[in-house]
Design a protein around this ligand. Structure first.
Ligand code: AHG
Ligand code: MN
Ligand code: MN
Length: 346
C-alpha cells in the first residue's frame, strides 16, 4: 500500500509493478506531468511572460487560438515524443501527429482548456486521454476508440494550486504539486462525487437557444423551494471546464453544456475526444455519470478527432433526471433537443 502524500511517480510505480503495458502508461503520465510543471511556471509568469493571451490564429469553429494554446501544445508534444506514444491527437492540430511508430498507445489532449481565461488569472488546465493501439489499428484509428477503451485519463488545473486529477482505472485521485520542489503528491485518494450538493454549472446566457427540455430542467432548479425540487440551487460558471469539473469532484454539483440552436452549437461546444471522454472516465471512476444528455459518453465511438458533443456530468441520479427531461421533451417539434442528428431518433 502506498503511503499518503506519496509522489505521483511512486504511486504509478506501485500501481504498474512489472506489467509492461501499465509501465508504458505510467511513463506517459509522468512525461505529461513534467510538461505540466513547466507550463504551470509559464502561466505563473503571467504579464512577465510574452503575450500569453495574444491571438495567433483562428482555430476554426469560432474558436480563437492564443499564444499559450500553441506553447502548451508544443510542450506536451515534445514531452510525449520521449514517451511510448505512437500518435498525439490535439485540439491544436488538425490531424493526428505521429510521434513514435509502433509504440503501444496514443494520447488525445486539450493542451490548454479555458483559454478565454488566460489573462483573467482564473484557473485554466490541460486535459488528456490515454488509449491503447489495438491489433490492426492505425494510430489515427486508435484515437477514435470509444472512451470505455481508455487506459488512463486526467486533467491538470493551473489555479491557486496546480493539481493533477487522474485515473488509471483504479479510482480517481488528486495529486497536488508542492510548490517547494514542484513534485506532484497524492492529496485525495479515491475521490467520490457528492450526491447531495444543490449546485449547477451552465452558461446561462445561452438559455434562449436551449432545447425546451434544458430550459425546463434549469427553470425547475431556479424555482428553488417554490418549484418541484423544493430546495434552492446555487449556480457557478467559471468558463474553464477543468475548473467546473474540479469543483464537482471536490464538492458535488452538476455540469451541463447542451447543444443549442446557434449555428455550430447543435452538438454543444465541447469536444468529444479530448474533453468529454477523459472527464467521463474520471467521473465514472468517482462514482458519477457523464452523458450527452442521454447516451453514456464512454459508449460513444467518435467519428473524428475534433467532433463536438453535448455534455452533462455529475452524480448519476441527477444525470438520469436530465435524461428524463429530454425523453419527456422529445415530442416537441419546436425543440431541437440536443442534436440535429436527433439523439432521440437514432
Ligand atoms: P478551450 O479553451 O479548450 O477552447 O475550451 C473552452 C471550453 C470549456 O473550458 C468551457 O467550459 C467552455 O469552453 C466555455 O464556453 P463558453 O464560453 O460558451 O461559456
Ligand atoms: Mn477546452
Ligand atoms: Mn483548448
Amino acid at each position: 500500500m502506498t503511503a499518503e502524500h506519496c509522489t505521483l511517480a511512486e504511486y504509478l510505480a506501485d500501481w504498474s509493478g512489472s506489467d509492461t503495458q501499465k509501465s508504458a502508461v505510467a511513463e506517459t503520465i509522468i512525461a505529461m506531468a513534467a510538461a505540466s510543471v513547466e507550463l504551470a511556471a509559464i502561466i505563473a509568469e503571467g504579464p512577465f511572460a510574452r503575450g500569453l493571451a495574444d491571438t495567433v490564429g483562428d482555430a476554426g469553429g469560432g474558436d480563437i487560438k492564443k499564444f499559450l494554446d500553441v506553447e502548451a501544445h508544443k510542450l506536451f508534444k515534445d514531452a510525449l515524443a520521449g514517451a511510448p506514444v505512437a500518435a498525439l491527437g490535439s485540439e491544436e492540430a488538425d490531424d493526428a501527429e505521429i510521434l513514435n511508430e509502433g509504440a503501444p498507445m496514443v494520447v488525445a489532449i486539450d493542451p490548454l482548456d479555458g483559454s478565454s481565461n488566460i489573462e483573467t488569472n482564473v484557473s485554466i488546465g490541460t486535459i488528456f486521454s490515454v488509449l491503447p493501439v489495438g491489433g490492426g489499428m492505425t494510430p489515427s484509428q486508435a484515437l477514435l476508440q470509444a472512451g470505455k477503451e481508455q487506459m488512463a485519463s486526467g486533467f491538470v488545473v493551473y489555479g491557486p494550486q496546480t493539481t493533477l486529477i487522474m485515473t488509471v482505472r483504479d479510482g480517481t485521485h488528486i495529486f497536488t504539486m508542492s510548490p517547494a520542489d514542484r513534485v506532484y503528491r497524492l492529496t485525495h485518494r479515491n475521490v467520490t462525487i457528492a450526491t447531495d450538493k444543490a449546485e449547477y454549472g451552465v452558461n446561462a446566457s445561452n438559455q434562449r437557444h436551449w432545447p425546451v427540455a434544458i430550459k425546463t430542467y434549469i427553470g425547475d432548479l431556479n424555482a428553488g423551494t417554490d418549484g418541484p425540487r423544493e430546495k434552492n440551487f446555487n449556480m457557478r460558471w467559471v468558463g474553464s471546464m477543468v475548473a467546473e469539473a474540479y469543483r464537482i469532484f471536490i464538492r458535488g454539483g452538476i455540469f451541463l453544456y447542451p447543444g443549442d440552436n446557434r449555428k455550430g452549437y447543435e452538438q454543444g461546444r465541447l469536444r468529444l475526444v479530448y474533453e468529454a471522454i477523459p472527464v467521463a472516465l474520471l467521473v465514472a471512476e468517482a462514482g458519477g455519470a457523464a452523458t450527452d444528455g442521454v447516451r453514456p459518453i464512454l459508449e460513444i465511438k467518435p467519428d473524428n478527432l475534433h467532433q463536438r458533443i453535448p455534455l452533462v456530468f455529475g452524480p448519476g441520479q441527477e444525470v438520469d433526471r436530465i435524461a428524463q427531461y429530454i425523453e419527456r421533451g422529445g415530442g416537441d417539434e419546436n425543440s431541437p433537443l440536443f442534436s440535429e442528428r436527433g439523439l432521440l431518433r437514432e
